[in-house]
Design a protein around this ligand. Sequence first.
Ligand SMILES: *Cc1c(COP(=O)(O)O)cnc(C)c1O
Length: 415
Amino acid sequence: MSPPRESPPVRRLDDWDRDRLLDLADEFETPLYVLDVERVRENYRRIATAFPDAHVMYAAKAHTGRAVLTALLDAGADIECAARGELQRAIDAGADPNTLQYTAVNPPAEDLDYAVSLAADYPGLTITAGAMDTFDRLASRGYDGRVAIRVNPGIGTGHHEKVATGKDAKFGIPANAVAETAADVDGRFDLVGVHGHVGSGVLQDDLDDHCRALGTIADLAREVETATGRSLEFVDVGGGLGVPYHEEQAPLDIEHVADRIREAVGEFDGTLALEPGRYVVADAELILTRVNTRKETDAATVIGVDASLATLIRPAMFDAYHPISNITAPERTHDPVSVGGPCCTSADVFCTDRPVARPERGDILAIGNAGAYGYELANQFHSQPRPAEVVVDGEETHIGRRRETLADVTRLEER
Ligand SMILES: *Cc1c(COP(=O)(O)O)cnc(C)c1O
């Protein structure tokens, strides 16, 4: 493996090779996901370098593409999975099941069956649960292997209410029930860790709250050690590290974040574990989309494109901002426009009243920071086949996932 190189803390839309993107749009059509797998490696290496003693697991749900998983496994990352499909895909990509961590949130029976049978052959697998009921369901399947208790510190953080898991009762054992749960779980399983994941998209301004929550998770880990008289292997503080989606936002200073997190966790003999998702993949991917309609009204200039909320749902779902640039003609005057897709809902809009270099029919727009929860949340609303993803790796280009056809959309229909 080549030695880690210095990499910039964020990649902005302007940092991509515009000519190459235009060629890709011509060759592979639009809408098109473009993933730069070297950027995925760089993002992982920055975390691994900032946390040399930590166990870094990539949270697969941010982007489960084979190219991402393989690159990260090769770079030395382990993988955190939250569903059986993710476990399966991590294994298909080459992960040793003994290194996998499965986080069970309201797990379907099939997921528990899968994880338990996997653990029978690979006892290194760790299962994290955040409800006594889930532990009971594991025990009823004869499981007595490695578990971690997911705790709820009562503090959520992040870019949107819908990702602030740390104070949502859905996630984790409430702080005041952790010691009692631990005493019970300790007798029935191999209790190896305490786990928490409190929010997502954390930037500098959220760091105080985030670290307060992580401090509480670490306190709960110490409480578990006291309650059980056992030394835990790890305290896992989850993911959540953010990337700047707005051009004017500063990227995290990852060395500073590492210091703050270590300070927040404090004295702990076991390993610190982390599960970054977004940070690893967000700025490694963008979407290319072609302008099909330009309409000027008194209220707005409306630009219609061939990507939609089916391609990227984050703006509709989380009010997320994604940078947008006209890469066909970046030199044109920037006038305020709204950009949206072909779906019949007002939620299908990537931006409103945003200055973009005057988009004309046929232009290619790039939508940045689409790597995390982008393709992963893509859907087929309006019977739209999901787009292709091309993977660039240095000079090389290959198809990560082919473009769906209408036959793919209707494949499961019974006649
Ligand atoms: C989603 C999730 C992560 C990753 O979160 P990011 O904000 O993408 O870093 C990590 N751990 C768990 C348990 C998760 O559910």
